[in-house]
Ligand binder design. Structure first.
Ligand code: LLP
Length: 406
């Protein structure tokens, strides 16, 4: 339940820094991170926050200070984590298309491990490590052919997805990797998708990976860790049965404890998703013969999830109003796909009213663009009763930075 005080604070922030504006709660982020960390108990573990969900430097710093590791997928994310004071040894580097330059930067920075997605990538890491006189720990990301039952764009664990190496090919790939002098097979990783509400497919994947690890150990590989990716879903609307972090981890722990491995997980959304909201102001009310429209000052460039995945985000006015309307909530971008909600029952709102778009902490700002030459929103972090801007609103000058006038 959202308190009146919370809404008042959000209104104060919006009136002070303008809208659209992302607001994050430090307390909520840390609570979710600690829920993961404590649920593992004394099982050796590393909770690597998936930076792609929200890469604001202050959020990374908050998590780094709490002892988090980080799951990165680019040189840019590595740069951010190091700038925020993250411990390089606690970084895992995932992704299908790491460039040689990114691999070199990662090796020079002393990251913990690479999650490798192809034999070609193993060869490049081996070559770069050789050149630098280093040995690199790697896990193969295996594709367990498990259906994560989520939106097709964010499901990753099926045989025809671009991710990982088919689990049945993995023993042969590990065997061939022995030829790479500067690599050490240290683990096995997998990640089957995102926004997973029923986590039984993750357990099924874990079982398959544990069986593979037994075979690999029997083949003489010194496998020490298992990385089970991220993916735990959050409640976006009433009725979403979002899994408890504690129960999920207890189920994983039970499986991994017996195997004597260190476990890594890479949660993103479940740490920051419900810790962030996008504040926006109503510009106009408009009516077509068949529909009501609430035109707001946030758009698909600020939060693309509804347009891209038909994602649902609750929208609530910051001030209680009477009555209700059924409306599309749309932004100023010149596309029919520019909506944050469709056919949504909303309390009556008026031009000038402030709205909070909920559950926007993950994959919100990070997927924002400058489409229609709209500056990206300001970001604010709330800690207890205080708040501060952690990223300024972009200016029009920011929009043309780097461009040349011929
Ligand atoms: N590890 C790997 C290798 C991943 O690819 C991902 C997410 C994660 C961890 C973190 O997953 P999470 O715990 O956040 O579910 N833009 C989409 C989500 C894409 C997720 C991509 N990979 C959205 O807005 O729903």
């Amino acid at each position: 339940m959202i308190s009146a005080d919370h809404n008042k604070l959000l209104a104060t922030i919006a009136n002070s820094v303008g809208t659209p504006c992302y607001v994050y709660s430090a307390d909520a982020i840390l609570a979710a991170w600690h829920a993961y960390d404590t649920a593992f108990g004394d099982l050796p573990h590393l909770v690597c926050y998936a930076v792609k969900a929200n890469s604001n430097l202050s959020l990374l710093k908050l998590l780094a200070d709490a002892g988090a590791g980080f799951d990165i997928v680019s040189g840019g994310e590595l740069f951010r984590v190091l700038r925020a004071g993250g411990d390089p040894k606690k970084i895992v580097f995932s992704g299908v298309g790491k460039t040689e330059a990114e691999i070199e930067l990662a090796l020079q920075s002393g990251i913990g491990a690479f999650n490798c997605e192809s034999e070609g990538e193993l060869a490049v890491i081996n070559a770069v490590a050789g050149r630098l006189g280093l040995t690199a720990d790697f896990s193969l990301r295996v594709n367990p052919d498990v259906n994560a039952d989520t939106h097709p764009y964010i499901s990753t664990g099926l045989r025809d997805h671009k991710f990982g190496i088919d689990i049945s090919d993995a023993p042969a790939v590990y065997a061939r990797s022995r030829a790479f002098r500067n690599l050490r097979a240290a683990g096995v990783s997998c990640h089957i998708g995102s926004q997973i509400l029923d986590y039984s497919p993750i357990l099924e994947a874990a079982d398959k990976v544990l069986t593979l690890i037994e075979h690999l150990k029997a083949d003489g590989h010194a496998i020490r860790h298992i990385d089970l990716g991220g993916g735990l879903g959050i409640a976006y609307k009433e009725g979403d049965a979002s899994p408890s972090i504690a129960t999920f981890i207890a189920d994983l722990r039970e499986r991994v404890e017996r195997a004597g491995l260190t476990i890594t997980i890479e949660p993103g959304r479940s740490i920051v998703g419900n810790a962030g909201e996008l504040l926006t102001r109503v510009l106009y009310l408009k009516q077509s013969p068949s529909k009501h429209f609430v035109v707001i000052d946030a758009a698909m460039n600020d939060l693309i999830r509804p347009a891209l995945y038909k994602a649902h985000h609750n929208i609530r006015p910051l001030k209680a109003t009477g009555g209700s309307i059924l409306a599309d909530v749309v932004g100023p971008v010149c596309e029919t796909g520019d909506f944050l909600a469709r056919d949504r029952e909303l309390p009556d709102v008026q031009p000038g009213d402030l709205l909070a778009v909920e559950s926007a902490g993950a994959y919100g700002f990070v997927q924002a663009s400058n489409y229609n030459s709209r500056p990206r929103p300001v970001e604010v972090l709330v800690e207890g009763n205080t708040w501060r801007v952690v990223r300024k609103r972009e200016t029009w000058e920011d929009l043309i930075r780097g461009e040349e006038l011929i």
